[in-house]
Design a protein around this ligand. Structure first.
Ligand code: NAP
Length: 297
């Protein structure tokens, strides 16, 4: 079975491609520019540059790939980048998804879209799949717009919302844990907010959930994240203590004091009961996630 992955060079993309290959799937990895994945030469793996703003290139690659399933993980995923480059964010996150859906429709290829807790406004938290979206920043707007498009796809579709993904960054962006390790190792202070509520997600748990969804041909919206409710500061503190680094370097702050271009939803956290019941999804604890992240460092 042939799986096309967008955003394959990214943080999630690396782990997703690796897991798909180890489960015997044929992987057509795509990303912006050259391949940064270490799988070249691995049986069943191929890579094609595919920039979603280049519609000709995207059309060619998607049609030649003739995939049996698409995981669409490519995005401008940093809220501040989206806020500062709204037009580009919309072109990639919303229009890019629209183009992919148009191409997938031709062959009716099952389509899985990776979305985010940032589609919610963060006023209440504990969001279920069917709760109303109401984003508070442009990143969330682009992801919510893309979700709407996916929901009217005529083939089999799924939307996976996840939250503050962490783990060892291999090819993609850094994350809270890796930044804490880097800063504190260098003896630098690091300010982290303690008033935002999240259900952080270990990257390989997310990937395990995506594989379950693929195997079960699940259709609809699924929340795939951790179960523990933590603030970024609590995560940072646990990380510092786990690594034996100086927790005094962590500066506890809050959303009002910590100015960022994009407003953050205050209380998110997603309910994963549906994924547990329908997919058999079972995320690990944050401590187990820490152990997995730093197990071979
Ligand atoms: N990380 C999280 O905490 C988190 C939380 C919720 C949802 N998500 C969602 O999860 C998905 C994967 O995110 P991630 O954490 O793996 O982030 P990431 O490391 O930034 O990966 C995103 C990938 O998309 C690629 N991309 C950007 N613009 C593109 C374009 N025009 N054409 C093709 N590819 C393009 C990036 O390419 P370059 O590497 O060349 O920049 C990058 O490799 C995203 O959809 C994100 O919205 C992530």
């Amino acid at each position: 079975m042939k799986i096309l992955v967008t955003g394959a060079n990214g943080f999630l993309g690396y782990y997703l491609c690796r897991a798909l290959l180890s489960h015997g799937y044929q992987v057509v990895a795509t990303g912006r520019g050259e391949c940064r994945l270490p799988f070249i030469g691995t049986p069943n793996f191929s890579y094609f540059p595919m920039d979603l703003v280049d519609s000709n290139q995207t059309r060619t690659i998607v049609s030649q790939a003739a995939a049996d399933f698409i995981f669409h993980a490519a995005a401008i995923g940093k809220p501040d980048d989206c806020e500062l480059n709204k037009e580009l964010a919309t072109r990639i996150n919303t229009a890019g998804t629209s183009l992919l859906l148009e191409l997938a429709t031709i062959s009716c290829t099952p389509f899985c879209y990776i979305s985010t807790d940032f589609v919610f406004d963060g006023n209440s938290g504990n969001y279920k799949e069917e709760d109303l979206v109401n984003p508070v920043n442009h990143y969330g707007v682009t992801k919510a717009e893309a979700e709407l498009l996916v929901r009217s796809y005529p083939g089999v579709w799924s939307i996976v919302r996840t939250v503050l993904v962490y783990g060892r960054p291999m090819t993609g962006r850094s994350n809270l844990l890796s930044i804490v390790q880097e800063k504190l190792n260098a003896g630098q202070p690091y300010a982290v907010v303690d008033d935002q509520i999240r259900t952080p997600t270990y990257v390989e748990d997310l990937v395990n959930g995506l594989l379950l969804l693929l195997q079960k041909r699940a259709n609809g919206i699924y929340h795939l994240c951790g179960e523990e409710v933590l603030t970024p500061y609590q995560m940072a503190l646990q990380t510092a203590n786990y690594l034996g680094l100086d927790p005094a370097l962590l500066i506890r702050t809050n959303s009002n004091a910590f100015k960022q271009p994009a407003r953050r939803p205050l209380i998110t956290g997603l309910i994963i009961d549906k994924s547990k019941q329908e997919l058999g999804f079972q995320p690990r604890s944050f401590l187990q996630g820490l152990q997995a992240t730093f197990s071979s460092s």
